[in-house]
Design a protein around this ligand. Structure first.
Ligand code: AMP
Length: 217
């Protein structure tokens, strides 16, 4: 049983690493961003409420995201643990999470801003299965097509320049303070990235090592 939070700016690799880590640990990845994108695609009430915030690169209000996560954590597949990707993003969310569940560890992805900006502009995602690619270093075998499921790759609207700028600003203001919060709780592990083309597998190995050292797996 291990409950993990992935923390870091947009484009740090949270989703890329979480989706590779999860099968190794036999637990699901829960991405609030993915949950919102599904809700928008299916035109649900949550989707309708969240859409305008997401398109502008702003955070969806705490009460909406907290309620959505609470519901997701009630599903059976979380009984052996989970990896949270993109939650919490505010102090209020971190406090709400404490009421819902006991997190074991927070993996903070430390990535320089110039790498983040290059990565986000070149990121592509599968419409069908959500797999993440990058035109600079994590390319699909066939242009525009997902290796895993053959789905079509697209660029997220919020990976376009104006929204990227806003997301980074919001990260610094609202989410970066969570580093200190989790350091004070003795839960933060930092994983550094210094090169844009470091293979995800290499970083995932580092995370696995850190979890072993902490006696969590
Ligand atoms: P992500 O896929 O994690 O980059 O999330 C995409 C967008 O969904 C974010 O830019 C926010 O607008 C919204 N979002 C995802 N997770 C949260 C959260 N925990 N709190 C508020 N908004 C969120």
């Amino acid at each position: 049983m291990v409950k993990i939070v992935m923390l870091g700016p947009p484009g740090a690799g949270k989703g890329t690493y979480a989706t590779r880590l999860a099968p190794k640990l036999g637990i699901p990845t829960i991405s609030t961003g993915e949950l919102f994108r599904e809700n928008i695609k299916n035109n649900t009430e949550i989707g309708k409420k969240a859409k305008e915030y997401i398109e502008k690169g702003e955070l969806v209000p705490d009460e909406i995201v907290i309620e959505m996560l609470k519901q997701r954590l009630q599903k059976d597949d979380t009984k052996n643990g989970f990896i949270l990707d993109g939650f919490p993003r505010t102090l209020e969310q971190a406090k709400a999470l404490e009421e819902i569940s006991d997190i074991d560890v927070v993996i903070y992805l430390d990535v320089p801003e110039e790498i983040i900006i290059k990565r986000l502009s070149a990121r592509r995602q599968c419409k069908k299965c959500g797999a993440i690619y990058n035109l600079l270093y994590l390319k699909p075998k066939v242009d525009g097509i997902c290796d895993k499921c053959g789905g079509e790759l697209y660029q997220r609207d919020d990976d376009k320049p104006e929204a990227i700028k806003e997301r980074l600003r919001v990260y610094e203001e609202k989410t970066a303070p969570l580093k200190e919060y989790y350091i004070n709780k003795g839960k933060l592990i930092t994983i550094k990235t210094t090169k844009i083309d470091t293979p995800p597998e290499e970083q995932v190995e580092k995370i696995m090592e850190a979890l072993k050292q902490k006696g969590l797996i």
